[in-house]
Write a new protein. Structure first.
Length: 633
């Protein structure tokens, strides 16, 4: 008996050690994956940014950019494509003759390597983490990449968030176009190399040269060039759009050639009144503007033609008559072909004598960007001072842009607000609480698969027995069942009737097996086997099908649970509108959640709170809606 206290103490110590081990092993997993992870502490978790010295203009813009899904998708695709192609393409310099004026080879090489694009992707990936506890990071790495790219230092004084956004967006756009030009040069050089390599193999037949045909070049660089160009057209820089400006004379109704300019953000002037709407601000940019005292080139040529005809009627010299007749014919050709260019060899009248006309200036967006960044200019400049326009600007959650035939709908994903005066204040951002699905890049692998060895098929061809088995028991996974596992079973329930096999399974079987004549086709299974195959089952993709005995308790309980699931599913099918409305309500509740971020301080808010920031709103970020997004509102 003297050993009994020692034994009890040993058992108690072992039990305590086991309890501590269980807590440390299963406690974190329960906290992360359990229901407590959906609590208020989990919802309020988002990464903040440090503000060591007046960096709120940087932090607010980066937080707003982190909530743009199309921007993150572009960064992933662009950098993944560069990784597949290798650094050789982007390290090659263009010819000296093709370098634009004012550019240097070092600057072009720096743009081709896209350092700011890489730094922004790393920063946005860090900001899109979902931490369990409060987490704050620094934007110093991105700032240093930006300073190295421009070879200057960013001042830590009071700065403008719109200017910072303009610098970042223009730099990203320049790096994108530099990469496109580098790929085009590489495609042309590879095409010329293929043509040179094929020259010695050509044979002359009856004096004609026989080389590689077009069908042979389809597997080479020309086809890759075409696909690369298609990728550049399909996935452009999401902030870049095109705007067209055209002038029309109100007297002769001559229209000048439209002038197209690209933009990465739009600046709208806020009217000097107590309140305004975003649509009225757009009207100030896109509405027709009338300008007086304009010298129309078409009217100038018409006036010159009239003056020449008047001089021709008064002249008595045959030489002067022929000279005037030649000038009139030149003016007539210019009026028909290109009135904007003054013909050479024609003496034009004095510009002071030419009548001035009234013109109309039309502005419209011809290429809609996937993400439109709107800057509300609130600056009021006087002769001696500058103030801030504190007018209320109401903005919608869904924004229509364009005409009736080419109208696009955009949804609000983020805003940047400014509180304070024109010379000082604080920036904070609002971003929608979106949980985007994992992004994929299938086109990047498809475009460059020609240069690689052919990969084996994912689904190898099955034998006849396997094909008959697959026909007898097609894969069918209902929406209420979990995903198939390695060892799953089928539970037959005679009282239930399942839906027919999915068309996708039959399509895969038809494409993976050759056609069989009707005389050699296998006979259909018996009626009882077809009835057995129509029973609902949870099948595995990699393991054969096992059937539990109906007499076992597990099968009975599983069958009863399946009956309850089928009855619940039947009730849902009976009232399809209720399920659709509930899904829409869930989407609305999910899309009604926003983050209000002020440097490292983060809190949750609603859409009504965001739309109420009418006096402070400064930058707006809208993303083009995809099909089906209108159900969320």
């Amino acid at each position: 008996m003297p050993d009994k206290p020692a034994t009890v103490a040993a058992y108690a110590a072992g039990a305590s050690l086991a309890a501590i081990t269980l807590f440390y092993v299963f406690g974190p997993n329960f906290t992360i994956d359990g229901e407590e992870s959906n609590g208020s502490s989990r919802k309020k978790g988002i990464v903040g940014l440090l503000n060591p010295s007046n960096d709120c203009f940087i932090n607010s813009v980066l937080q707003a950019l982190a909530g743009l899904g199309d921007l993150r998708l572009y960064l992933i695709r662009e950098l993944h494509r560069r990784q597949l192609e290798g650094p050789k393409i982007y390290n090659a310099l263009p010819d000296i003759e093709s370098i634009p004026r004012g550019e240097t080879p070092e600057k072009i090489c720096d743009l081709q390597q896209a350092p700011v694009t890489r730094a922004l992707k790393e920063m946005l990936d860090s900001l899109n983490e979902r931490p369990i506890y409060r987490k704050t990071i620094s934007a110093r790495s991105f700032i240093m990449a930006l300073e190295r790219a421009f070879r200057t230092r960013i001042s830590r004084n009071q700065q403008d968030a719109q200017e910072f956004l303009q610098i970042v967006a223009e730099r990203l756009c320049d790096e994108y176009h530099a990469g496109v030009k580098a790929r085009e040069r590489a495609a042309r050089s590879s095409l010329s190399a293929d043509v040179v390599d094929s020259m010695p193999d050509a044979k002359c037949v009856n004096g004609s040269s026989v080389g590689n045909s077009d069908s042979e070049l389809e597997n080479g660089s020309p086809s890759t060039d075409v696909r690369a160009e298609a990728l550049d057209t399909e996935f452009p820089f999401p902030f870049e759009g095109m705007m067209e400006s055209q002038i029309e004379c109100q007297s002769c109704h001559f229209k000048y050639k439209p002038n197209q300019t690209s933009f990465v953000n739009l600046t709208l002037q806020v009217p000097q009144q107590s309140s305004a709407t975003l649509s009225s601000c757009f009207d100030g940019l896109l509405k027709t503007e009338y300008i007086d005292d304009f010298r129309c080139d078409h009217c100038v040529l018409l006036y010159a033609q009239q003056m020449k005809k008047a001089e021709m009627g008064k002249t008595t010299s045959e030489r002067e008559f022929k000279h005037l007749d030649r000038e009139i014919s030149l003016i007539k050709d210019a009026l028909e072909n290109d009135p904007e260019t003054i013909p050479k060899g024609v003496s034009m009248p004095n510009s002071q004598d030419v009548p001035k006309r009234k013109i109309a200036r039309h502005m419209r967006i011809t290429s809609f960007p996937k993400i439109i960044a709107i800057h509300l200019s609130r600056s009021i400049f006087d002769q001696n001072s500058s103030t801030k326009n504190a007018a209320k600007v109401s903005f919608p959650e869904r924004l229509p842009i364009g005409g009736i035939l080419d109208q696009k709908w955009y949804k609000l994903l983020g805003i940047v607000c400014h509180k304070g005066s024109h010379h000082s204040g604080h920036y904070e951002s609002f971003r929608r609480n979106h949980l985007y699905a994992p992004f994929s890049t299938p086109d990047a692998f498809r475009s460059y698969s020609q240069s690689r060895s052919p990969s084996p098929k994912i689904n190898p061809k099955q034998n006849t027995t396997a094909g008959q088995d697959s026909d007898a028991s097609p894969l069918s996974i209902s929406d209420d069942t979990p995903s198939p596992s390695v060892s799953s079973t089928s539970l037959p329930v005679p009282s239930l009737s399942a839906s027919p096999p999915r068309p996708s399974a039959s399509i895969n079987e038809a494409t993976s097996s050759p056609l069989v004549p009707p005389s050699q086709q296998p006979t259909p299974p018996p009626q009882h086997q077809q009835q057995e195959n129509r029973e609902p089952s949870i099948t595995s993709v990699t393991t054969p099908r096992f059937t539990l005995s109906p007499s076992s308790d597990a099968a009975t309980s599983a069958a009863s649970s399946l009956r309850r699931q089928s009855s619940t599913k039947a009730a849902k099918i009976a009232v399809p509108g209720a399920g659709l409305q509930s899904r829409i309500r869930r989407k609305k509740r999910a899309n009604d959640r926003w983050w209000r971020i002020s440097d490292d301080k983060v809190k949750e808010c609603k859409t009504s709170d965001v739309l109420g920031m009418q006096r402070e709103v400064y930058l707006l970020f809208y993303e083009m809606e995809r099909p089906g997004d209108d159900e969320e509102y």
